[in-house]
Ligand binder design. Structure first.
Ligand code: GRF
Length: 216
């Protein structure tokens, strides 16, 4: 089966990009990272693209007077790369409804919480303030509203009594690096269908077990 071409959009350090690049290095992975786009000049993640020999472009949103022209400027290189899937990986701009519609069910995002809880920024501090016993991460298809859309994969991560936002973020990030390649693999291999805004994964098994926190 031909590998699906993917553009990864970043704004920062790019550890999720690296997880996707590492996964795509396996010959049996059903997707290849064809392009990396950063909206931030010098973003740390650009180094991961260079190391993997993947083309990268910077499209600085500050060079554009409105969101539509910024998005169109990104779309040129994305389409030229042959990508028909987009992964947002720490990409800190909200996509317009028009962009999302042009790429309907073909944009994935990762968010460091169990959506629909804790959309937006400062996720871990808000999870700690709420006293939840589990946080986690979510990979979902993108819809025009922020951190909204059909959920593909989630990982639950326990909150520890002595966590601060940084420690919790680190534990969730490890789960992110597992979840994002897994979600991309499921989507790129054609096992994912969106039915009435919910995701069905062909041939997927869910765990029977539950987790307790605290354990006793
Ligand atoms: C991740 O926590 C991701 O869930 C969020 O932004 C962070 C990006 O980290 N959307 P990185 O740039 O992938 O290291």
């Amino acid at each position: 089966m031909a590998r699906r071409k993917v553009a990864v959009l970043i704004s920062g350090r790019g550890s999720n990009l690296r997880a996707l690049l590492d996964a795509a290095a396996a010959p049996d992975f059903p997707a290849e990272i064809a392009l990396v786009v950063s909206n931030v000049p010098g973003a740390g993640g650009l180094a991961h693209a260079a190391l993997a020999g993947v083309p990268a472009v910077t499209v600085d949103h500050r060079d554009f007077s409105d969101r539509d022209s910024f998005e169109r400027a990104m779309e040129g290189p994305i389409r030229d790369s042959g990508a028909d899937l987009i992964c947002l990986a720490g990409f800190m701009r909200l996509m317009s409804a028009g962009f999302v519609e042009r790429w309907w069910d073909r944009i994935l995002n990762i968010h460091p919480s169990l959506l629909p809880s804790f959309r937006g920024l400062d996720t871990h501090a808000r999870a700690l303030a709420a006293g939840v016993r589990f946080s986690g991460c979510t990979v979902h298809f993108v819809r025009p509203a922020m951190d909204d859309g059909p959920i593909i994969v989630q990982a639950a991560v326990p909150v520890h009594a002595d966590d601060d936002a940084e420690r919790l973020a680190g534990r969730v990030l490890l789960a992110e690096h597992r979840c994002y390649p897994m979600a991309l693999r499921l989507v790129a291999s054609g096992r994912v269908r969106v039915v009435e805004e919910r995701v069905a994964v062909d041939g997927a098994a869910a765990p029977e077990a539950f987790l307790l926190n605290p354990e006793g």
